[in-house]
Design a protein around this ligand. Structure first.
Ligand code: GDP
Ligand code: MG
Length: 934
């Protein structure tokens, strides 16, 4: 097994038999003829000899090493039949020759020697690699597929020596010939006849190929050499150039110093010098001009003088212009001043780098250029822009102005604008004090959130402040014997979520109210999820324990299923049994919250500029924009300049929740603030800034930014855009907010919509509920980027306005499968041309008359759009659809009419419906096909 004849070996390694015999002889192995057997040990010896003679040059130095590798594989063509005709043998031959240029050693450069050495090492390495054969499959090779023909060469490991003989046994395996052929690299793919077994190449053919490849390799070699020389020359030139450069810089440095010295001298000598200098400058100018052209040819000796004068020239040129009453700053703007301040006379105009935010006021712009505002206004007028001193101009305009005035404009981005705003806050280390916790109450509807808050408020706030007018400000502070707490009292989960959506986590502790007689409900779970997502600890208030059917243990049980484990069960959540009605356990609850707060170690600086968050804001008829601000750090004082969201302003007055005016507010204290430029959004952060200008600038800037982002976000949560966004990878969850007329529909919708989730996209019901769509629903949708689905319900006027304003996708449906279909289709990108109901008019029922002929006739006022007789209608009661149908008659006074427009009264009789009541709304709609836009 392990012995082969010389002839076989020659076939394996691709060396002619005579040559192999010679080599064997050289290696000291007796070989009488082609039929002589070669043992493993002998093969080893041969390999050893060959390696020595190639690699390390003792013995006869070998010039070239050729490695050849051939692999045969079979391509199966056609459908799996065993027939030979379907098998194509593919033979890949690869040859690699490493050449050592020993005979040219005398003329070879160092690099060449190095290269030759590298080639040598590579040759040995390659030989070794080739011996390993199996391991180094090259890209040009077709993978070997014929297992039967391939005796394992697995033994081939990193140590190549002993492997060669084993290698040699495999007749069709890659060969390891060692030849004196100057071939660089050659790879051939040969397709042979299917019947033909993959055979060794005919000697003469391979000879021929070798010949050709040799030639090309020789050429390549020569080319390689030339390139190396060129590289060498280039590198040298490069070095030289660098050297000159360094010299030149050195000279320049010297020259600069000298020039500075000269400048100082000149300043001392002033008047008489001036005249002389001008003539000298004149001379310099011509001289330097001449030298600049000459400079290329370079001469180190003269460069010092030349450049020194050239510098002076730049400087004096400027002075000259100024003296002539320069036309404009363009020339100056381009002059590179930064490195040449030394040459400026104090009287020379200064080119400033002016930071330009996205918007900037005219006065600010003037100030930054250190010129008077009217000059800027004049320039603006020249450009056709009329602006007053306090007006803001955009970045492009400002840039033009700055350049027109000869300065350098440097546009800055948002972060630059906002930079330095909170410097006062974070740079100095302020002492941190313990602050009261901020608490949000969450829970399912009717579990007693409002009652609980009211109780606490009544007991702790109103009672203490006799005479104060308690008003709803969205937050209030409570003092107990163990410390203070602040409750955020905002409707539902919306505010919590909205604030969180804006990144303002104002809440420290969430109190989860669960009615003991009702247990865990959908919104309870939602609250748990919200709190968990925000990483805010929970305290569970098990409410209504005064009720006979109260079962606090059931609440514990059900909540533990949602990983809210009571403390007495070994968990970390406090459960406190309370009654918002009798007040039982409320003190325990407050204590529990404070305990939780202690664990949290809430701290904030008690002094310094304030930072906080907007809890609520509104526009008051008498007082203008009113915002409830929760101070989070520092101390807010009357008269502070505030920046919040897109608004700013000086605090004109502050009130607490009892309507009492206060002068200042510390951490965790909510106050109502008057004096802002507009109503900020809940969740906007509030920052006291020192500089009104800065506040205005940032607010302006944010407004501009907002407009842009609003345009961009219009796409955010639209059913139409879902698919595109999914494909863009933007959407992973589709958030829906479902409102329905009855609980049954809401639940059915919720379930079937959630089932639409796929691997790629998850359908998430942010909230589902019963009743008309209110403003808070739209807010929640906005915060969670949800699409609102109104099932047989309508949005009230305020919600409609908000939805339209914030571009929230608000859809009305009256058939469940249509909802599901639409969402499903949106997810698959197949949203059909929408058959959308367009509400064209809305009439409010003022009074109802009985008519013997028509039954109930509603006396209505058209409050929106137009009422048309032929269109379908719906009757809404509290924004919930109570009837769907058509109009029996539409009358204006005594006449039948076809349509009635907004602001007009009319009489409406609804077909087949007699239960119209005052206060109802009659909605008139039409079905239109809205072409889908993507
Ligand atoms: P919210 O929807 O969570 O704000 O719940 P409300 O505070 O509006 O309360 C819903 C109903 O439960 C009201 O009729 C309350 O009077 C009643 N309620 C709230 N707390 C208690 C309580 O502790 N005991 C009893 N018996 N009724 C309560
Ligand atoms: Mg409530």
């Amino acid at each position: 097994m392990s012995t082969v004849t010389v002839k076989q070996l020659s076939e394996i390694v691709g060396t002619p038999v005579e040559r192999l015999l010679e080599q064997l002889k050289d290696a000291g192995i007796e070989a009488s003829g082609p039929d002589q057997e070669v043992s493993d040990a002998e093969k080893m010896k041969l390999l050893e000899y060959l390696r020595r003679s190639h690699g390390h040059g003792d013995g006869e130095p070998r010039q070239r090493v050729t490695l050849r590798r051939r692999s045969t594989s079979e391509l199966k063509v056609g459908g799996g039949a065993q027939g030979r005709a379907k098998t194509v043998s593919v033979e890949v031959r690869k040859k690699r020759v490493y050449e050592r240029r020993a005979n040219q050693e005398t003329t070879a450069t160092e690099a060449e020697v190095a290269a030759a050495e590298a080639a040598e090492t590579a040759a040995v390495a390659a030989l070794e690699a080739a011996v390993e054969a199996e391991a180094s499959a090259s890209a040009a090779e077709v993978q070997e597929a014929t297992v039967a023909e391939t005796p394992e060469v697995e033994a081939a490991q990193n140590e190549p020596e002993p492997e060669a003989p084993v290698e040699a046994e495999t007749p069709t395996e890659p060969e390891v010939p060692v030849e004196a052929e100057p071939v660089e690299e050659a790879a051939e793919v040969e397709q042979s006849e299917p019947e033909e077994p993959a055979a060794a190449p005919e000697p003469n053919k391979s000879e021929e190929i070798n010949e050709l490849t040799n030639k090309s390799a020789a050429l390549a070699k020569r080319f390689e050499e030339d390139r190396r020389r060129l590289d060498e020359a280039r590198r040298k030139a490069d070095e030289e150039r660098k050297e000159t450069e360094r010299q030149r810089k050195l000279q320049e440095e010297k020259r600069k110093q000298e020039a500075e010295r000269r400048e100082a001298e000149q300043a001392r000598r002033q008047a008489e010098e001036a005249a002389k200098q001008r003539t000298q400058e004149e001379a310099n100018r011509t001289a330097s001009r001449g030298k600049t052209t000459k400079a290329r040819g370079k001469g180190r000796g003269e460069s010092e003088n030349r450049s020194g004068r050239a510098e002076l020239h730049v400087s004096s040129d400027k002075r000259g212009r100024r003296g002539k009453g320069a036309k404009g700053g363009r020339g100056r703007a381009t002059a590179d001043v930064s490195s040449k301040h030394g040459f400026e006379k104090p009287t020379a105009p200064v080119v400033r780098e002016v930071d330009i935010p996205e918007t900037i006021t005219v006065s600010d712009l003037a100030q930054r250029m250190a010129i008077k505002a009217p000059a800027v206004i004049k320039t603006l007028m020249g450009m056709g822009v009329m602006a007053t001193i306090n007006q803001s101009v955009d970045q492009d305009t400002a840039t033009l102005v700055v350049e027109e005035m000869g300065h350098v404009a440097k546009p800055v981005s948002e972060s630059d604008v906002e930079q330095g705003l909170d410097l006062g806050l974070d740079q100095e280390q302020r002492e941190e004090m313990v602050r009261p916790p901020v608490v949000t109450i969450m829970g399912h509807v009717d579990h007693g959130k409002t009652s609980l808050l009211d109780y606490i408020r009544r007991a702790k706030v109103a009672a203490g402040e006799a005479g104060g007018i308690t008003q709803h400000i969205g937050a209030y502070h409570v003092e107990t014997s163990r410390g203070g707490l602040t409750f955020l009292d905002t409707p539902g989960h919306a505010a919590f979520t909205a604030m969180r959506a804006r990144g303002a986590s104002a809440t420290d502790v969430v109190v989860l109210v669960v009615a003991a007689d009702d247990g865990v409900m959908p919104q309870t779970i939602e609250a748990v999820q919200h709190a968990r997502a925000a990483n805010v600890p929970l305290v569970v208030a098990v409410n209504k324990i005064d009720k006979p059917d109260a079962d606090p243990d059931r609440v514990k049980n059900e909540l533990s299923q949602h990983e809210v484990i009571p403390e007495d069960w070994g968990g970390d959540t406090q459960f406190v049994s309370v009654s918002a009605k009798s007040g039982e356990g409320i003190d325990d609850l407050l204590e529990g919250i404070l305990l939780q707060a202690e664990v949290l170690e809430l701290k904030a600086p008690d002094d310094g500029p304030a930072a906080g968050v907007v809890v609520e804001s509104s526009l008051d008829k008498g007082r203008g924009p009113v915002a409830t601000v929760l101070v989070q750090k520092g101390r807010l004082r009357r008269g502070d300049m505030l920046l919040t969201g897109q608004e700013f302003g000086r605090v004109r007055a502050m009130f607490d929740e009892n309507g009492q005016e206060v002068q200042e507010a510390g951490p965790s204290i909510p106050v109502v603030v008057l004096g802002l430029s507009g109503t900020p959004n809940a969740g906007d952060d509030v920052l006291a800034v020192a500089d009104e200008r800065k506040a205005r600038e940032v607010a302006d800037f944010r407004r501009g930014k907002f407009r842009e982002s609003k345009l961009a976000s219009q796409q955010a949560a639209k059913l139409e855009n879902l698919f595109t966004q999914m494909q863009d990878g933007e959407v992973k969850t589709v958030n829906l907010l479902v409102k329905a007329d009855v609980q049954g529909s809401a639940e059915a919708l919720r379930d079937s919509l959630q089932k639409l989730s796929t691997d790629e996209v998850q359908v998430k019901i942010v909230s589902s509920g019963v009743g008309g769509i209110a403003e808070s629903d739209v807010n929640l949708a906005l915060a969670s980027e949800a699409i609102i689905i109104g099932f047989n319900v309508r949005a009230d006027a305020a919600a409609r306005r908000l939805a339209a304003d914030k571009e929230v996708d608000l859809r009305y449906y009256s058939v469940i499968y249509e909802v599901i279909d639409d969402v499903k289709q949106a997810l698959s990108g197949l949203l059909s041309p929408e058959l959308r109901e367009q509400i064209i008019g809305l009439a409010e029922v003022r009074d109802v008359f009985r008519s013997s002929r028509l039954g109930a006739v509603a006396g209505c006022l058209v409050v929106e759009g137009v009422v048309r007789r032929g269109n379908p209608i719906r009757v809404l009661r509290d924004n919930v659809v109570v009837f769907e149908g058509g109009l029996e008659s539409l009358r204006r006074f005594k006449d039948d009419v076809n349509e009635v427009r907004v602001g007009t009264e009319c009489g409406i009789a609804v077909k087949n419906y007699n239960d119209v009541r005052p206060g109802d709304q009659i909605e008139v709609y039409e079905k239109i096909e809205v072409a889908r836009t993507l």
